[in-house]
Design a binder for this molecule. Sequence first.
Ligand code: IPE
Ligand code: IPE
Ligand code: MG
Length: 235
Amino acid sequence: MNNEVPNHVAIIMDGNGRWAQKRGLKRTKGHQKGAEVLKKISEYVYDKKIKVLSVFAFSTENWKRDKEEVDYLMNLFIKVFKKNFDSIKEKGVKIVFSGLKDKLSDKVLKAMDEMTSETKNNENGIFNICLNYGGQDEIVEATKKIAKEVQNGTLDISEINSKVLSKNMFNNLPPIDLMIRTSGEFRISNFMLWQLAYAELYFTDVLWPDFNEEEFDKALDSFGKRDRRFGAVKK
Ligand code: IPE
Ligand code: IPE
Ligand code: MG
């Protein structure tokens, strides 16, 4: 039992499409409902004194979907970024993005920039949105940045350690304590591979559009009962 509040919670918000299909609706309706759920959960998380929330909004693999669905999601992001996060901004949460900029439209990039610049001095928490994100890409990009420093002579190979790696990720975030994935899938899907190293994993069959504060509390309860040993033996 650790009975602690996790410092960094990460969520793979999965199951939007199936939620809609079960109701005979278009997959995009599931994304719409999913965005409302994220608004509520993001507010709840910071009320619970959790400092960092990371969410998987769009993966580098999600470009494989039909153009109609991808376009819908991109427009939804713009709308949501403009409207849905005023309350967490007011709570003093800093909003950051993780992912590659390529393939994203100017409109999406502009909406992202507005969110980050408006909140850049906030210190009460961090909301990390993974958009056009892949965990392997993040490590590859960090490797390139580090290699460049070595090449320039500003960093010696002997100085490379896990701290240096973390600093060169899209954002220098603390390790993830609790990772939640909805919709009954038991995989990581290329999400935050570096930061998940010692995270406690929580999987639920609930589809993301049905997720709520009560379901979030269940994940926290489960986390509270975990015995986190980090490789050591408890006396
Ligand atoms: C997660 O829900 C949202 C995104 C990947 C953008 P899905 O769209 O993957 O929903 P399912 O898994 O097909 O039900
Ligand atoms: C992971 O979900 C990506 C997001 C939630 C944004 P996917 O639905 O894309 O992942 P797979 O296809 O089940 O691995
Ligand atoms: Mg899915």
